[in-house]
Ligand binder design. Sequence first.
Ligand code: PMT
Length: 222
Amino acid sequence: NYRNDLAGETVLVTAGGTREPLDPVRFLGNRSSGKMGYALADAAARRGARVILVSAPTALRAPAGCELVPVVTTAEMRSAVLARLSETTMVIKAAAVADYRPHAEAEQKLKRSGPLTLELEPTNDILAEVVELRRPGMLIVGFAAETENVIVHGRDKLLRKGADAIVLNDVSREGIGFDSDRNAVTFLTRDKAIDLPEMPKRQLADRILEEMLALRRPTRVM
Ligand code: PMT
């Protein structure tokens, strides 16, 4: 029952956990289910936005009215995001992106024989690249999954990455965060930290969009 308050916006949401192949049958992955990103895509579409959902593998069905761009690896997610950036007015990076990938993918299935050492190399930081390529008026929101000193690390990430806001998850808390249907976050901007208490991810998605829209409104100077 929101008004069409996102009409005219093109919202690009990333969701799910990227997978980095080790060999033809194995990958390095993470626990993201995609639920938070899909909830955001659904909420934005219901509010009248055009929605591009760049999704790593999940067990979820794409919300109605979203343009689904399926990807697997961080490199694929990066290309998909950068290719659509010129059409985008709001970027929401809810995906859990691999920070490292195997230096080389084995051509054949790795055989078991004693200890194995994997050489990893860093992936590209998609959020940082998006910030570099931002156009005037574009809103960029990242997520951060932290397990300790949540606010300190979140603030550091916000400043380092140069996004307009970081949605901070304390993934050490039980019953919220990865794979859960509920979440509790702090919406962190340069001058505010807004606590959004535990609620269903779909409801939280609307709250996050409201906070994003509030960033668009000029602040009144008394
Ligand atoms: O998918 P669910 O099961 O619903 O769980 C939701 C969630 C916990 C995965 C989600 O809410 C969340 O916190 N996503 C971000 C997790 C994460 O990867 O955090 P990070 O601190 O590693 O990354 C910070 C930001 O940089 C993220 O917006 C991430 O998309 C981005 N990033 C990270 C690495 C990289 N190489 N490129 C990036 O763009």
